[in-house]
Design a protein. Sequence first.
Length: 283
Amino acid sequence: MQESFGQEARERHTLAHEIRNLQQLNAQMAQEALNLTKALKGDNKTQGNWGEVVLTRVLEASGLREGYEYQTQVSIETDNRSRMQPDVIVRLPQGKDVVIDAKMTLVAYERYFNAEDDYTREVALQEHLASVRNHIRLLGRKDYQQLPGLRSLDYVLMFIPVEPAFLLAIDRQPELISEALQNNIMLVSPTTLLVALRTIANLWRYEHQSRNAQKIAERAGRLYDKMRLFVDDMSAIGQSLDKAQESYRQAMKKLASGRGNLLAGRRPFAAWAWRSSAGLILI
């Protein structure tokens, strides 16, 4: 357990370093995302796939394990027999789930980033803000929280895969955050999502440590019970040995050392037998 706590301290110490590294990677990923939108301008599906790629990188950096603490592309059947497929479901201790959506597109942000004049930039900005707001509404209508078998928290995480696009939106229209919350949605970027996922990873670590401590306590309890029974058995054996020793002493007294013992009573018979061998008869 001491080793586990030491490992946890080291991981907390490196969290800030990992976040700084992720921020540096964000600039690179942002440029890659913009290059992708340039090559495939208007292809929302491809941009959605790109968001899933960035999300995968963040998940890998969080310390969570796919198939254990989170699952991807889980297909869930709704009450009306249709199917929905959240991008990621993160499992929490105590049987709760967090849904992450990574389908936000950045076509308008690409136009904003590459605008050559203020008018074009402003038009693209408004389109970007409208795109974020529209995705909030569409995601809210999916109502992931009500899916059968999904033990989701009240909020779905809406992932905006490019940090500057996220910051631009909430800087120009801070009310987007409250609008998202009204739709049971939280807006997250790569950096803020990493912090949230690392927190969840720590919750799982505490849960595992608690379970291990409980198992150790249970094993110690069972070991104590066995030791107690062993001591009881040894005590009973000791009592039996004491009784056997006392019985042995009593038997020896009757045979040889006690008053009126058998060996003392044998002497007249021995004398009689000796005299008989000499031809004498005693009456």
